[in-house]
Design a protein around this ligand. Structure first.
Ligand code: CMP
Length: 140
């Protein structure tokens, strides 16, 4: 099985509530390794660029404002099937639909304030990782 890397973001609703460690424990318990991590406060423009794919969605402005409202923790997670595994650990986008034991079931407040983001495919993972990290910052 190939080792993959995926981009994870711990969102402002979670950093605000001091949940970074509890969320990281979920990743590590699932066998994902945190091979890069930084806490940053995005500008609204930077958030808008990151989520450009959602530009036409009605929630785009709210999403960008939220992501720029307080610090986030951007991370690279590495492991077997890391992209799919991270999505399993996160749970469904809407916490109302998330399975027991997932991050969003335990911690998310709403579909917007849903605690974590994770890349959805190999192409987006590569693109999203390079948005936040230089190669030298990723130590596997
Ligand atoms: P994320 O995985 O970061 O990718 C896009 C984000 O848009 C998603 O998580 C949600 O937080 C957000 N989102 C999706 N649907 C809605 C919605 N109906 N209202 C507000 N935010 C949403």
């Amino acid at each position: 099985m190939a080792i993959e890397r995926t981009l994870s973001i711990i969102k402002p609703d979670a950093t605000r509530r001091n949940l970074t460690g509890k969320i990281n424990a979920k990743f590590e318990e699932a066998g994902l390794r945190i091979v890069a991590q930084k806490r940053i406060h995005l500008t609204k423009d930077q958030a808008g660029k990151f989520y450009e794919v959602h530009k036409e969605r009605p929630f785009y402005d709210e999403l960008c404002s939220f992501m720029a409202s307080e610090p986030v923790v951007a991370q690279v997670l590495e492991g077997e099937r890391a992209i799919a595994k991270n999505r399993e650990v996160m749970g469904a986008t809407n916490p109302a639909n998330a399975a027991d034991g997932t991050i969003r079931k335990e911690f998310a407040l709403s579909v917007g304030e849903n605690s974590v983001h994770g890349s959805d495919a190999p192409e987006t993972a590569a693109q999203e990782i390079s948005f936040f990290f230089a190669g030298l910052e990723i130590v596997g």
